[in-house]
Design a protein around this ligand. Structure first.
Ligand SMILES: C[S@@+](CC[C@H](N)C(=O)[O-])C[C@H]1O[C@@H](n2cnc3c(N)ncnc32)[C@H](O)[C@@H]1O
Length: 264
């Protein structure tokens, strides 16, 4: 038997011995030790589970994934920043992707103040259609699942996509706003249509999973999917770490984006 296998058996044997002591013997002789043991065990199990939220997806530079994109020029038109917005580097990256791939259709989940969708409108041609989805504060009463802790703050805003109204009319008219819970809206009319699906709605696992499954149905044959907040929100990270076993996805260096690009 090689030494690796031997040491695993030894650890397993010792572990079973410890469990037998704390679960069979101590409940009779020293019950407080058993309670403490179970408490520590719970902690270990939780931290093992959380360790799934570490980086597991290969990281690549943007230009390694999309050669030639480094020469693309984009329009960045708004220097304001508020809590909930992505970084300027990320905004630049999304705009460059839209330009580089000559995107004709976009669907975003998570409009917030409209920073992203307005920039995508500015960086797509006059034929492109853009759709953006967000919850109204009153939708919080009818959610399918509770949101991730702390997320309701981003929902409770006086106006959804306020930056959309500041666009020139030609660009504004290309954006359609949908309101409601992304898991309760019907996206069927977008299936196989969308060149760029951008996911940044709820960061709770069930929502990320649902939105991603819809994104795979909505993307056009050449369409890409971009997720925000990899390594920032644990459930997003856990979901994408699992998804990488199913699809070739890459983390874009210098951002919290993960991208799926179909093989050509
Ligand atoms: C962090 S913000 C998006 C920020 C935006 N990408 C940016 O960088 O400016 C998340 C948005 O998703 C919306 N949202 C949360 N859960 C949602 C759901 N179930 N369906 C649709 N929108 C949702 C929130 O109302 C919020 O506006």
């Amino acid at each position: 038997m090689n030494s690796g296998v031997f040491s695993r058996f030894r650890v397993l044997g010792e572990g079973l011995g410890v469990c037998a002591k704390y679960l069979l013997l101590y409940p009779l002789l020293a019950p407080r030790r058993t309670v403490h043991f179970l408490w520590m065990l719970g902690h270990q199990i939780l931290s093992y589970n959380r360790s799934e939220a570490h980086a597991q997806i290969p990281s690549k530079t943007l230009e390694a994934i999309f050669p030639g994109i480094e020469r693309v020029e984009v329009t960045l038109a708004d220097a304001s920043y508020r809590d909930g917005n992505m970084t300027t580097r990320e905004l630049y990256t999304l705009c460059a992707l839209a330009r580089h791939l000559q995107t004709r259709s976009v669907l975003e989940i998570g409009t917030f103040d409209g920073l992203v969708i307005t920039h995508l409108a500015r960086n797509t041609d006059s034929e492109a259609h853009l759709v953006t989805v967000d919850l109204r504060p009153e939708d919080l009463q009818h959610l399918r699942w509770p949101l991730a802790p702390g997320e309701a703050t981003y929902v409770k805003k006086p106006t959804i996509g306020e930056k959309i109204d500041q666009l020139p009319p030609g660009e504004r008219s290309r954006i359609k706003q949908l309101y409601g819970d992304s898991t309760q809206l019907d996206f069927q009319s977008y299936y196989n249509q969308v060149d760029l699906v951008f996911i940044d709605g709820s960061h709770r696992y069930e929502y990320v999973e649902h939105d991603s499954q819809e994104a795979f149905r909505m993307r056009s044959p050449q369409g890409i999917i971009v997720w925000h907040d990899y390594l920032s929100w644990p459930d997003v990270t856990r979901y994408l770490n699992r998804l990488r076993h199913q699809y070739p996805i890459f983390h874009i260096e210098g951002t919290s984006f993960v991208v799926y690009q179909p093989e050509t």
